[in-house]
Design a binder for this molecule. Structure first.
Ligand SMILES: C[S@@+](CC[C@H](N)C(=O)[O-])C[C@H]1O[C@@H](n2cnc3c(N)ncnc32)[C@H](O)[C@@H]1O
Length: 209
């Protein structure tokens, strides 16, 4: 069982330079989807092949996973996929994040680390301050997708996002995925495990208004 990485450690205060969209992607004009806590990135590799008319960016705090994912991108010559190493909270809080915000149309937080103990809740990636930052940064219409198998974490994330005036819930049954993009077309590794073990999945979609 792997150790969780504490995102509040000072090791993650520094962030790597965020390349321009042109440096990251073959076609910098495409819409961008951001997956936060992407682990080894398999979900994004699958998505990048299924929905080729979007760009995909994964942010992950475990450095080795990002190094390997970057290598895999180079080897496979996929042009619509890029990975950044670091704490997502710090990366999106940085002035450099302007570079990715321009084309950003949707964000997924799929099966984030639950941090079960109450005194560790502040390590959870979705925090009121972070959602505040996103509400200032994101353009109107940007979507946020959340999924987890931990009900307590779902309630915490849902409460935190719904409490921000600028995010509105979209009912999943009313949501029409576009032809060119549907982040639910493929499953993340954790999601596959959850489905195989017949556990519940709690999910919600929000839109920036
Ligand atoms: C439980 S795993 C889920 C991985 C993947 N999304 C899935 O569904 O299979 C959560 C991932 O989020 C990463 N993570 C946790 N906090 C983070 C943060 N603040 N910034 C970036 N990544 C983070 C962890 O290292 C881990 O790889």
């Amino acid at each position: 069982m792997r150790q969780h990485v504490n995102p509040l450690s000072i090791n993650f205060n520094q962030i790597e330079r965020i390349p321009s969209l042109g440096e990251m992607f073959g076609d910098s004009k495409l819409n961008l989807h951001l997956d936060i806590g992407c682990a080894a990135g398999e979900f994004l590799f699958d998505l990048a092949l299924v929905n080729t008319s979007w760009n995909y960016l994964g942010i992950e705090i475990r450095e080795k996973l990002v190094k390997n994912a970057k290598l895999k991108v180079l080897e496979s010559e996929i042009k619509n996929l890029y990975f950044l190493f670091g704490n997502a909270n710090n990366i999106l809080n940085d002035v450099q994040s302007e570079l990715i915000i321009k084309n950003l149309k949707s964000i997924s937080f799929y099966f984030p680390d639950p941090w079960f103990k109450k005194r560790h809740y502040k390590r959870r990636v979705i925090q009121p301050e972070f959602i505040n930052i996103l509400s200032n940064l994101l353009q109107k219409g940007t979507l946020i997708f959340i999924k987890t198998d931990v009900k307590d974490l779902f309630d915490y994330m849902d409460y935190t996002i719904s409490n921000n005036f600028y995010f509105k819930t979209i009912d999943k049954k009313d949501f029409n995925y576009s032809e060119s993009f549907n982040p639910n077309k493929v499953k993340t590794n954790r999601e596959k495990y959850v489905i195989n073990n017949q556990l519940d999945i709690f999910e919600r979609i929000y839109i920036k208004i």
